[in-house]
Design a protein around this ligand. Structure first.
Ligand SMILES: [Zn+2]
Length: 411
């Protein structure tokens, strides 16, 4: 369950319907022993389940702002909450964090909190933990293992079964005497007595995931199946929704001549760097959109069909016109211009979006139209005559340069 940036577990088969709060393991465990790190099933889960890892990471970000943490927790926890386990994963890692829990527990006197911690071995944290432990509604267990010393005197201990010093009640849930912690309650309803746990040798397939307080994202059968087939752990694949975002609008009429294109793109013509723009057209050659494909010196990689057709496909264009400027003022097409034109024309045939023209613009208003001057470059491979080294057929006829300004054209 995720509320206001905090991810709370809502219990599972093991603990019952109990809220849990967890943090990333290892990094928040200053009291972890080597034994503990080797046997840490929380860590194994986090590695397997990115959803856990991310939820715990979010919790840690919140926990590092103690005031906000207390405010959020006291805001989201139900007023009538019978019990809550602090940390299925992670541990008390700073005094301010322990103090935050002291404040939260104080705000919920009716709720029985309980936690198992190894942070008691950190001298700097012991005092804060003692204060937390002193609250009537909080049970703090000192976890230990064969490589650690015995819990401080007066503390309830949490032992592992293989520890020769272990004493206390065997976990009744692990031994199948009760269905869940909620049915037992020895750890949080009693205020004395140690507990002896079995070691989680291997992470159980599914209940442990729930145990970590994060909803399962897949049916457990799928996970089980994957484990038996030894497939790699799953990873997250983003789910996309594609949409066009309108940035601004430009005024234009229907586009029937290269002059119309030049008139629509005066801003591109006067730009101080090369820009390639695609104008998308409807079946009736009305412009339905315009997109800047690349900015900077044009080469075939910058004006790749991938970039050009992204917008064309999203805007359901029937055809498109390419245009780019030559800040130098010359409108003669380069060999790269020829190659780009031919490549886009070929891709357009496959995608059923025709390249109708490619117009080169100059800052002084002149322009060059492939449709008028080198139509063979717009033809797709099949229709294109003998190829020149530039990629489209050589054009020998003299180029006629025209002007976008109608007044000047008339004069
Ligand atoms: Zn060019």
């Amino acid at each position: 369950m995720r509320l206001f940036g905090v991810s709370l577990g809502e219990g599972n088969a093991k603990v019952g319907q109990i809220y849990t709060f967890s943090l990333p393991s290892h990094t928040t465990c200053p009291g972890a022993s080597r034994w503990c790190l080797e046997h840490c099933y929380a860590h194994r889960y986090e590695r397997l389940r990115s959803v856990c890892r991310q939820a715990y990471q979010r919790n840690l970000v919140l926990a590092q702002q103690p005031e906000e943490f207390v405010r959020v927790m006291t805001g989201v926890l139900p007023r009538i909450l019978p019990s809550m386990r602090i940390h299925v994963s992670g541990d008390f890692h700073s005094r301010v964090y322990v103090n935050a829990w002291e404040r939260i527990a104080t705000a919920f006197p009716q709720t029985r909190f309980w936690t198992y911690t190894r942070s008691w071995v950190v001298p700097d944290l012991l005092g804060s933990l003692e204060r937390l432990r002193a609250l009537a509604n909080v049970q703090v267990f000192a976890s230990t293992d064969p490589t650690m010393s015995l819990p401080p005197s007066g503390w309830r201990g949490a032992f592992v079964q293989t520890d020769p010093r272990a004493s206390g009640m065997q976990c009744r849930q692990q031994h199948g005497h009760v269905a869940s912690c909620l049915d037992c309650g020895y750890c949080f309803r009693q205020d004395a007595g140690s507990v002896v746990f079995l070691i989680h040798e291997d992470p159980p397939v599914s209940p442990g995931i729930e145990e970590h307080g994060v909803e399962e994202e897949r049916p457990r059968e799928r996970l089980k199946e994957r484990r038996t087939r030894h497939e790699p752990a799953e990873y997250e694949v983003p789910v996309f929704k594609l949409q066009l975002v309108q940035e601004s609008t430009v005024k234009t009429g229907p586009i029937t001549t290269p002059g119309d294109v030049a008139a629509m793109l005066t801003d591109v013509a006067s730009a101080d760097r090369e820009q390639m723009v695609a104008v998308f057209l409807s079946t009736k050659h009305w412009p339905v959109g315009r997109q800047t494909v690349s900015i900077g010196t044009l080469n075939a990689s910058l004006a790749h069909p991938r970039e050009v057709f992204k917008g064309a496909l999203l805007s359901n264009a029937h055809g498109l016109i390419l245009a780019h400027n030559h800040p130098s003022g010359s409108v003669s097409p380069s060999q790269d211009d020829d190659r780009i034109t031919a490549a886009i024309a070929d891709a357009g045939r496959v995608l059923n979006v025709s390249l109708l023209d490619h117009v080169i613009l100059s800052p002084d208003g002149r322009f060059y139209s492939y449709r008028e001057e080198k139509p063979e470059c717009l033809k797709t491979e099949r229709g294109r005559p003998e190829q020149s080294p530039t990629g489209c057929a050589s054009a020998t006829k003299a180029r006629t340069i025209r002007n976008a300004n109608p007044k000047e054209t008339q004069s």
